[in-house]
Design a protein around this ligand. Sequence first.
Ligand SMILES: [Zn+2]
Ligand SMILES: [Zn+2]
Ligand SMILES: [Zn+2]
Ligand SMILES: [Zn+2]
Ligand SMILES: [Zn+2]
Ligand SMILES: [Zn+2]
Ligand SMILES: [Zn+2]
Length: 1751
Amino acid sequence: MAAAESDREVPSALCSEFLNFSAKDTAARWLQVSDLPREVYQHLACYVPQIYCQGPNLNPQSEELLTQLLLQSPLEWYLCGEEPSTGLAKLEQINQPSQLCGHVFKVGEPTYSCRECAADPTCVLCMQCFLGSVHKEHRYRMTTSGGGGFCDCGDTEAWKEGPYCQKHEPNISDSSQEDPLAHLTPDMIARTYNVFSIVLKYAVDMLTWEKEDELPQGLEPPERADTYYCMLFNDEVHTYEQVIYTLQKAVNCTQKEAVSFATTVDRDGRKSVRYGDFQFCEQAKSIIVRNTSRQSKPLRVQVMHSSVVAHQCFALKALGWMGHVIRHSDALRRVLCQVGLQRGPEGEGSLVDTLMLCDSKMWKGARNVYHQLLMSSLLMDLKYKKLFAIQFAKNYERLQSDYVRDDHDREYSVTDLSVQMFTVPSLARMLITEENLMTTIIRTFVDHLRHRDLQGRFQFERYTAQQAFKFRRVQSLIGDLKYVLISRPTEWSDKLREKFLEGLDAFLELLKCMQGMDPVVRQVGQHIEMEPEWEAAFTLQMKLTHIISMIQEWCSSDERVLIEAYKKCLTILTHCHSGFTDGEQPITLSMCGHSVDTIRYCVSQEKVSIHLPVSRLLAGLHVLLSKSEVAYRFPEQLPLSELSPPMLIEHPLRCLVLCAQVHAGMWRRNGFSLVNQIYYYHNVKCRVEMFDKDLIMLQAGASMMDANHFLMIMLSRFELFHIFSSIDGRKRYSRENANKDVVQQNNTLIEEMLHLIIMVVGERFVAGIGQVHVCEEIKREIIHQLCIRPMAHSELVKALPENENKETGMERVIDSVASFKKPGVTGRGLYELRPACAKQFNLYFHHYSRADQSKAEEAQRKLKRQQGEDTALPPPVLPQFCALFGSLVKLLQCDVLLSILHTVLQWSLEPSGGHWSESMLQRVLHLIGMALMEEHQQLENSEEEATFSFTLKISRPGEAPSNSASILALLETLQNAPHLEVHKDTIRWILKTVASIKTMRERTATTPVADHGGQSQEETVRDKDKAERKRKAEMARLRREKIMAQMSEMQRHFINENKELFQQTSLDELEASASTSVEHSPTSADAALVCVGPRRTRVCERKQVVTCILCQEEQEIRPEGRAMVLAAFVQRSTVMSKNRQRLPPDPEKYDPIFMHPDLSIGTHTGSCGHIMHSHCWQRYFEAVQAKEQRRQQRLRVHTSYDVENGEFLCPLCECLSNTVIPLLPLKKTSSSCDPPTLGPWLKTIGQQVRSLHSAHRKAKATSAECLDSEPDCPAPQGFRLDHTPPSPYSDSIKEMLTTFGTATYKVGLKVHPNEQDPRVAILCWGSCAYTIQSIERLLVDEEKPLFGSLPCRQDDCLSSLVRFGSACWTAGCLSTVQTHFIRLLAALVPDPQVNGSPCILDVDMFHLLVSLVLSHSSVHCLDDSGVTVDVGQLHFLHLVTMAHVVQILLTSVPVEMTMEQESGGAEREEEEAVCRLYNSLRTHLGSALCEVSSGWHLWRCVKAGILPYLRATAIFFHHLNGVTPPPELHVFGPGQWEALCGYLSLPCNLLQLFYSHQDLMEPLLQGWCSHPAVKQCLQGSATLVSFPRESNQLIELPEDYSALINQASSFTCPRSGVDKSRAPTLCLVCGAMLCSQSYCCQTELDGEKEEVGACTAHTFSCGAGVGIFLRVRESQVLFLAGKTKGCFYAPPYLDDYGETDQGLRRGNPLHLCRERYRKIQKLWRQHSITEEIGHAQEANQTLVGIDWQHL
Ligand SMILES: [Zn+2]
Ligand SMILES: [Zn+2]
Ligand SMILES: [Zn+2]
Ligand SMILES: [Zn+2]
Ligand SMILES: [Zn+2]
Ligand SMILES: [Zn+2]
Ligand SMILES: [Zn+2]
């Protein structure tokens, strides 16, 4: 027996019972009984198993119906005491609708948040509320919901402004305080209470029921059936594939059924996979368990009695029913809340408690249903939301522990509801004070991380997989903590202070466990064996980053809290480092007459840790003391005297030294884990609470210490003390000379140390450190990012730290520092730095990486050069320090620093040797500059005397060696040192500043005298010098740039240049240039140019010479010469299709000779225009093939092209190609003798055809030996039936003719290549016609002229295609092509010997014309009568044109003329003629054609309808016969009719064609109209194609992207019917929404075994294998071609910053960019999608590996 049985009928016993059942009576009985619960249980016990116990596949609709009638209805009757619909309606009338929207989000639904007004980012609105809110006009964020959660509209705490949308705006009479129960009668309340308590109790009992074979008391069924279910439960361990495979084995079902089971299990959490007796189910269970227990714990399976399952099913229904009922009335909702939260009689937990505590034991479906009920009841009632929150908090620890042990995603856990309560500020505050929530959360978290080292620190290194898993889950607690802290209190109560500080204690305990964790020791000698685990610790740090920041913010909002917090933090820190001097020897350092005590400690030898959260929190609080001025107002309350600055700076300094040493390459042997840690330490995600705070701690410490002492300790920790403390710094050389590596290392360390000093003194942009406003910090960050280069909005966002609300604060300041440049059709919008802000550039900005720094330096120098300034980048003017940090400036002029500066300058005197570095000198100059700026500023600002006297100090001679040159003197020397050319500008700037400070000092000392006169001499000399230098520099720069340009030009792929070259010169030009003859045909100059017919303008014969791109040899194109070919790509196309419903034809049987006017599928040929010798190409292709074979054997890599399918890349431009077209010369033409007119000529042709018929018959008959009865038809005069025309072409050309023909045939029909197939030629003509038609459309759509606007490659391709078409008969069987011709002609001129000709409404006339003209050669070659091909071409043109006119008249939809419009007689003649024709058509067709009296209207229709055909025809004959088109056709615009008709040798009044051949046309017209299909078409069902055919467009897209998201969110998978689609994808061609990338919608294609995804399947029906989609959730365009090719493309939606948001990560509102959408449409219309994919895949190899067919 299979698992899935056929649907069962509803048992008839139940039916009769159901007929007799009365819900009203049952309810009435219940009103009488004393023990209502017992009665109701009995009722359920009786009916529930009868309804739900009926095997696997009871019809769900009847199940629903029975539940409603037998179970819910009596409950409703009882509850209402009357007809439920009446009762509920009454309740609804007195209902006070909640002012909360509470809309619960579906997966993928758009949600909106306001960046300006939302209390936190979890506050969201549904689309409806959003559109009715004020936030629509604000800066909002749009995301898609992951499901669950609800709309916060109406929650006043969620929004700083505009909490209500228009719909949820409360009435003026605010009734929210009123008790909703006041409107209900006590009776009603009592009944509701009874029902809800019984039903909820029942549901809770059943959902938490754990026995498989028994029921709770009172529910035992009257008669117990012996049936069981084998129930399979979901887990997050086993994959879809594993489950599907196992099920197929265990319950013997098909793949499809297994997929369906697995889908349900995944969605609902459980699914019965078998129904039957116990044994039967048990057997399945054991197989499943056995099959899934190998690598992991087995899938959970239970064999459950059917009545248990039945009651559980109904329990879910009952919960849903209650949720439904309370929607009618806030009063009923209130009662349900009461019932749910009521404690038991003995004080035991409430029903809601029971549910929550069993949450992790329930299956997904059950959880979902009761979570939904909680959301629509308790969370919608403000009073009970609070009570529920308290219960939730009380159970918090237990719930979280259950969750951590469970394996379901958090969205299926009740703990996920925390966001609904904790983010409400008043609730959060209440929970902190009443339930001590903050402490609870932190303690619970810490409890779960038990693994510690000896010092009690976390130890993640030894984590097992299990523990790591647990660690991941427990992180959600940090999220809860964030919710609780996210809004800062505006008022503090004592209780809140107490509880917050208690929480802080717990938090500090947590940080203490992190302080010093994951210590590292430098590896010497040997490389580290195993990379240590570091990610867990950093994950923790990252997760806590915002919490730490928020705690600081909380502290800053209350002075008392801040003081207490500071004390607590300091205590903990002291505790952490109580033994920091233990075992470390104290030493004394002396230098420059100063000495300090410290310890002996080397970072390079001892343990050091990057994790110092306690120190960093203290640093943060320290800044707050300064910012809030608490430090000055309550110094007595602060433990400032307990602070030990050396202790404070010790660990942060070690950490910074570690970074420097890693940088210097000293820690190479410690592997990548350390490198990664250092990276994250500085990274924007972590640095705020890591690197930044360490720097602040150094600043805090240094500000409390003697500057010399601080620097000496720093030198010592950098392990550089010995270098700078020795009497003569130069000794360094002799000591270190031995080891170059050590010199190098120390150089880097010195650089790093100097940089650190620069930062300690210079980083003053944090409010509290410097006297700056908060927004200065962010401004400065942006300025320094933009100093590197202009950046897009998203790049800037990424480079800036985000706060807990995911805001950078950038919007407030960006416009003051940058200007926005909009993007073009590609690229994105960019912000550029305002020039005025460049002054603030600091080369040693602390957040620059080395790479950033050098890029910024280069960019800024370049900018200065462009502005003709010198290239010095002096330090910017800095803000003043706050008082607490004020003493930091002393660092700049302390003795130790001066000594360091002096030493480095002295080293730099010597050009040779690696004993100093450019960057070292640059930093020293920068420091000197900073000091000068400081002095300058003090002088400028000082009311009192300036204490800063740097200029004085640097003028003094040095101390060591005694009386060495002063710093100033050294600088003056260096100024002229040739080896310091690059620093000259900086040194010059320094000297200038020194001079100006001196003047300032003199001015303040003496009376200020303006004495610029003395300087002017010097100035002019200097200026001259400067000008000279600038000129030289400029010349050097120009030279350099020229060389660079040349270099890059050479580097650029030479293809590009050649591409240009090849595009510039087309074949035509080559032909023109090659033609040496001056003989102008007199006609072409004066007479009108005509491209077809005997009056055709003669084209002089020219020599065509082309160059092979492979061997570079020149070659003339001659019929008997070596073949030259164009790389080409043939593809099927539906771009012009007017009927996407038409099924693709069966390729084996399909007869393609006539194209239907709906053009539903065609074959397009394109080319990149690159020409090769056929033999060169063949060699190339064989090489590609061989290479591919080797590659596939070696490694299974794919390429962007499919060699087995004949694909290759053009060797020059790498354009995807799959065949080549041979180039052919123009046909030689001979002038015609007196040409026959249409009538006689058709007669001759008729004779020729008839003779061919009999000849063909004979040819067949000779083999079949049966002589026919038909009379022999003699050939007309000059028609040589026995003649076999010789092929004019060389062998190599013939071979290429076959190659291209076969390729077109293969692709066009999707069949295996067969050069013998009679359809080869037809496909080639078809492709020629289709390609011309598509190009004609493209030119119209692009508003380009018919001639002269195509790129040369397309012109070349068309010429080759047309000439190939006219030659391809020579490669095939002559009689086959003749047969085609006969059949084609018979469609217009009746031929009794041809059957099954289509009616003219079923033929695309342009295809017919092309095929007729091209196939005629096969007949004409036998004609020796002297009538030229030209005659035939003209007559075919006339004939087909007339047929087309008739076709248009028959299909043009008659328009009711409201106003008789008559033209002023200009086209009177035409109008009358067309009326006459139309009326004669009506005589043939009668009522099938309606009456139209307006000749004006008909003539309009004809003219408009036929224009595309005439244009395509002109292109065709132009390329076939090579006649230059008249100049009128080289411009775009109206009034081309005459030029076109003239060029085509047609009368402007097309109707003349009919009347000049009247006696010939009458019978033809009658013949066309009498075809039975014509009447059918006209009256029939099929929609007629009318002319002109409109160009197809991609579908209209909405302006606002969220409309699409909304559309997609309500889209359900078409296969499964109910499921939301995970990857809804929109076909941009036809607008179909598809369920992509999902098992449910995979299908088989073409009977092949492998299943493909919905998109791939759709491309085959909609786009002949090519598809353009929009993946709605990802905001990404997807191109697909075939089963293996695809790429992603930028969507046509941009945000206000001119950027796309692929993946919808940023959430900025997106709007349609029409230009970009047009660009995509153009790619599609040009048939370039496949080419685009090819280029994308070549550029990005990872795209090749994607399984596109599964999308
Ligand atoms: Zn809403
Ligand atoms: Zn609303
Ligand atoms: Zn807003
Ligand atoms: Zn060649
Ligand atoms: Zn090419
Ligand atoms: Zn689906
Ligand atoms: Zn489609």
